[in-house]
Design a protein around this ligand. Structure first.
Ligand code: SF4
Ligand code: SF4
Length: 164
C-alpha cells in the first residue's frame, strides 16, 4: 500500500486531462444504469482495498463536520457541542467546520478511527464512489483520485466500462 500511495499523486497527474475529458462526456450523457455500474465498481474495488492499510484520507484531508455530526460526536464524548468545537474544530474559508489540522486527531497509529461508530457523515461516504448520480461530483472525484487509491482504480475501471 505504501508504494501505491507514494505513486498516486504522479499517476493521478498523468491521468488528469484524460479524466477531465471523460467526466465532461459523462456529465453530458450519463448512462441510464450509472448508479448500478458505480455500485458494482465500488464493491469490487473495496473487496480488494483494505482501508486499514491506507488511511490516506484521514491523514491528508479532514472531513467537514455538520451540526448533526458535531452533536452526535460531542454526545459520545459527553461534551457540550460548543466545547467540542473549541477543542477540535475551526471554520474554513467556506464557513464549514473542519478539523484544526491533519492527520485527523481521531486517527490511531493502527489506522483505526477512535470515533468510528459516530464518525462524520463525510467520512462514512468517502470516496463517494457508490453515491447516486455520480456524474454530479466530477470535480470532487478529480480531487479524490489524487488522495484515494481506491477512487483512482474505480475511475480507471469506469473509463473501460463506460464507452461513449
Ligand atoms: S477511502 Fe481511500 S484514501 Fe481512505 S483509507 Fe480507504 S482507500 Fe485509503
Ligand atoms: S473521524 Fe475517523 S474516519 Fe474521519 S478522518 Fe478522522 S479518523 Fe478518519
Amino acid at each position: 500500500m505504501q508504494q501505491r500511495l507514494e505513486q498516486l499523486p504522479k499517476k493521478a497527474e498523468e491521468k488528469h486531462a484524460e479524466n477531465r475529458r471523460f467526466f465532461t462526456k459523462l456529465k453530458k450523457r450519463p448512462p441510464k444504469d450509472l448508479d448500478y455500474t458505480m455500485q458494482n465498481l465500488h464493491n469490487e474495488e473495496f473487496e480488494q482495498t483494505d482501508c486499514l492499510t491506507c488511511a490516506n484520507c484521514c491523514k491528508t484531508t479532514g472531513p467537514l463536520f455538520t451540526n448533526t455530526d458535531i452533536g452526535r460526536i460531542a454526545k459520545y464524548f459527553r461534551m457540550k457541542p460548543s466545547k467540542f468545537i473549541d477543542k477540535f474544530l475551526r471554520v474554513d474559508e467556506e464557513n464549514d467546520y473542519v478539523l484544526k489540522g491533519v492527520p485527523c486527531t481521531f486517527l490511531g497509529a493502527d489506522n483505526y478511527c477512535s470515533i468510528y461508530t459516530v464518525r462524520p457523515k463525510a467520512c462514512r461516504e468517502f470516496p463517494h464512489t457508490d453515491r447516486k448520480k455520480f456524474h454530479q461530483i466530477s470535480n470532487l472525484t478529480l480531487k479524490n483520485v489524487t488522495i484515494c487509491p481506491a477512487a483512482f482504480n474505480i475511475v480507471e475501471k469506469m473509463k473501460k466500462t463506460i464507452k461513449f
